[in-house]
Design a protein around this ligand. Structure first.
Ligand SMILES: Nc1ncnc2c1ncn2[C@@H]1O[C@H](COP(=O)(O)OP(=O)(O)OP(=O)(O)O)[C@@H](O)[C@H]1O
Ligand SMILES: [Mg+2]
Length: 257
């Protein structure tokens, strides 16, 4: 992560978040033995809104992400979906309700075609030809329709990432959790993914993303939360967070005071 990208921010997002929050977290704390990985973090995300989660290594981003998606049980605090307390629900139950996540390491079924990979998820929602139509529509949405019959094993990294997204979108989520879905892509691949994520938000999806590439998260997010050592360091619109002295210090280290 480099600081120069903090000072030259691209244009702000064009989508318009609306309505009450679909996902809220209240005072989430997660302890692992003596380590407080997340300390008293609260957040809310509305349909159409992109929430960016940043912070130095070990800040607690993944742990918070896991607490929201049900892979880690918070020591204290609550997670609400559509106003309902889901703190003790398993990840699968949350997925059924409309919360879906991608994983950092994409794992397509290599021997299946691109379409078949998405069909596996589409069949959880629809039957027969309806599932197939749905899977095609999702492939079109992520720009992979022309690859439908190719084996997943033949896709390059950027397309594998989009396939991973397609599999998740086939479940018709209302909240999407993206775990570093842009990191590791070359600049054109990054651009494509940024445009795609923006389109998804415009369609009304609420998106929570952890991403290390600062200019990406800053250009996409409506709201940014910066954590360090498990605690909230700063939050607000991307410009305000990027200019916050504590955030700059956290990324540069105290030697640069
Ligand atoms: N399962 C675990 N058991 C014990 N400690 C853990 C566990 N998971 C995370 N931690 C600790 O909690 C803290 C926060 O880790 P976390 O992985 O959430 O940070 P992060 O912000 O995602 O970091 P990175 O940017 O490196 O991915 C770290 O000190 C980490 O060592
Ligand atoms: Mg992490």
């Amino acid at each position: 992560m480099t600081l120069p990208s903090l000072t030259k921010l691209p244009d702000q997002p064009v989508h318009a978040p609306s309505g009450p929050p679909i996902l809220q977290a209240e005072n989430i704390t997660v302890r692992f033995g003596g380590v407080v990985a997340v300390k008293d973090i609260s957040l809310a995300v509305r349909p159409g809104e992109i929430l960016g989660l940043i912070g130095p290594n070990g800040a607690g981003k993944t742990t918070l992400f896991n607490a929201l998606t049900g892979f880690v049980k918070p020591t204290s605090g609550r997670v609400l979906y559509n106003g309902r307390d889901i703190t003790s629900l398993q990840p699968q139950a949350r997925a059924k309700m409309g919360m879906a996540r991608t994983f950092q390491v994409e794992r397509p079924f290599e021997d299946l075609s691109v379409l078949e990979n998405v069909l596996v998820a589409a069949f959880l929602k629809y039957r027969g030809s309806k599932a197939e139509d749905h899977a095609y529509a999702v492939l079109e949405r992520v720009g992979l329709a022309d690859r439908a019959t190719q084996p997943a094993s033949q896709l390059n990294l950027a397309r594998r990432r989009r396939l991973e997204l397609a599999k998740v979108l086939a479940l018709e989520p209302r909240v999407l959790f993206l775990d570093e879905s842009i990191a590791g892509l070359n600049p054109p691949g990054q651009q494509e993914m940024v445009a795609l994520i923006r389109t998804l938000a415009q369609s009304g999806l609420a998106i929570v993303m952890v991403e290390h590439i600062m200019h990406v998260i800053m250009s996409l997010s409506d709201h940014v939360i910066c954590m360090a050592f498990g605690e909230l360091l700063a939050e607000g619109d991307p410009h305000a967070v990027a200019a916050h002295p504590d955030v700059i210090r956290a990324y540069l280290g105290d030697d640069n005071d």
